[in-house]
Ligand binder design. Structure first.
Ligand SMILES: *Cc1c(COP(=O)(O)O)cnc(C)c1O
Length: 430
């Protein structure tokens, strides 16, 4: 199986976190997001434990844009992780969940004055500052307060990760961060050091998502620490914190590699320690920001099959009752997924079809050319590894309501987010 929490029971049905997904579809309706709570917690613990083992001072911060709703922040708080937030909406959701914001890292390449005010007022621990303009805004808005605002500066080390262009963010020409190569990184460091209401805690970089070769992490840490050493020499600044950004990739399909996160973090730690020694720096507090690898394999989406269209000599379509409104990732990135006909899990896969949604877009495809047992109307399609960037990227296009999120834990299930009703869809229409 693509993931340990997926199985097949005696009825020939797919199980997720030990529960028959056809029963869950019956109970809660489709489309439906399922989340395996124990899997989320285990993923948190893998990062937490490894970072505690291999560093003296380190913290994983969950990048909550991967899946952001109240229950997630409760779980993340219980597991003792920090969080990344990228908007006032995410900050507010975390607050509503009772998440303490001192270990919250506020990202975004364009924070408005309102964003800055809101975050400072509500005690967001850190700003991850993208550019000089943002520094001026924080300095001005925090002017009336005694407490300095802690910041990390987001730098672009100039690394091409060879992954898909849209998730490649560490290059010099990226819209994110300030580049080391152009001198802009040094400029904002100098600025931050001279500001009265700002405390420069360190540097941040995020070289992109789904980075499988840990070599990339090693190269970026060398560039970042080299820069820190340069700042120490020129301005006497001693780096306190270093964040290397997003987490490891996950397995969407069988051909994706299995990643040993613990072993990778051990390797990163050895490299950081050696590089700090090389540049004569103290080992800073280390931050990592895993999003996808915390929640992706804890998620599964269920759909009901509707129309099956066979175009002789061309292709086949299986239409489901969701689509790009609940999972736009194929349309956006051409993302791969593993699919099952959940009530026919032991049947022979003898039918090749595009699994498509019901939106008015030809690109409304969940996955093209999948090989499945031929389904009939009413069968249940399960799409695996949908815990990250599905619900958080969902929209109301075509006035389709977002599905419910049902959490699975220890043989029980409960709703964390309810299904959007027709009334929800018109709630803001005046
Ligand atoms: C998206 C993002 C992450 C999380 O990346 P994953 O691939 O989900 O682990 C972390 N840090 C920053 C700055 C991000 O933009």
């Amino acid at each position: 199986m693509i993931c340990k929490n997926i199985g097949i029971n005696e009825a020939g049905h797919i199980t997720f976190a030990g529960q028959d997904v056809c029963e869950l579809a019956k109970k809660y309706g489709t489309p439906l997001y399922l989340m395996d709570e124990q899997r989320i917690r285990e993923n948190c613990r893998i990062y937490k434990k490894a970072m505690e083992n291999y560093f003296d001072n380190a913290l994983p911060a969950y990048a909550s844009k991967a899946a952001s709703f109240k229950r997630m922040y409760e779980i993340i708080g219980e597991e003792g992780l920090g969080v990344d937030v990228v908007s006032v909406g995410e900050i507010y959701t975390a607050m509503k969940a009772g998440y303490s914001l001192e270990n919250a890292y506020f990202h975004s390449n364009n924070k408005t004055d309102f964003d800055v005010e809101f975050a400072i007022e509500n005690g967001v621990g850190y700003f991850v500052v993208d550019n000089a303009e943002e520094l001026f805004a924080i300095e001005r808005i925090n002017g009336g307060n005694e407490k300095k605002q802690k910041v990390l500066l987001r730098l672009t080390p100039g690394i091409d990760t060879h992954t898909y262009e849209a998730v490649n963010t560490g290059k010099v020409d990226s819209k994110f961060g300030s580049a080391i190569e152009t001198g802009q990184a040094e400029e904002i460091t100098k600025l931050a050091l001279h500001m009265e209401h700002i405390e420069l805690m360190g540097f941040h970089c995020h070289i992109g998502s789904q980075v499988f070769d840990s070599d990339t992490f090693l190269r970026s840490s060398d560039i970042m620490l080299g820069f820190a050493a340069d700042m120490k020499k020129k301005y006497g600044y001693e780096l306190k914190e270093l964040s290397l950004g997003g987490g490891y990739g996950v397995r969407y399909v069988e051909s994706d590699p299995v990643i040993d996160i613990d072993a990778n973090i051990k390797q990163v730690s050895e490299c950081i320690k050696a590089t700090c020694a090389k540049y004569d720096l103290q080992v800073p507090k280390m931050i990592m920001e895993p999003g996808r690898s915390i929640v992706a394999d804890a998620g599964m989406t269920l759909y009901s099959v509707g129309t099956i269209k066979q175009i002789p000599g061309y292709k086949n379509y299986i239409s489901i009752d969701g689509g790009m409104t609940d999972n736009p990732r194929y349309a956006l990135y051409g993302s791969e997924y593993t699919l099952f006909v959940a009530n026919k899990a032991n049947d022979t896969a003898n039918f090749t079809a595009d699994v498509v949604g019901r939106c008015c877009e030809s690109d409304d495809i969940i996955q093209p050319a999948v090989n499945l047992p031929k389904p009939v109307r009413g069968d249940i399609i399960a799409v695996c590894t949908t815990g990250a960037y599905n619900y958080s990227m969902a929209s109301n296009y075509n006035r389709v309501g977002r599905p419910a999120i049902v959490m699975l834990n220890d043989g029980k299930s409960y709703q964390a987010v309810k299904r959007e009703s027709l009334d929800d869809l018109v709630a803001n229409d005046l």
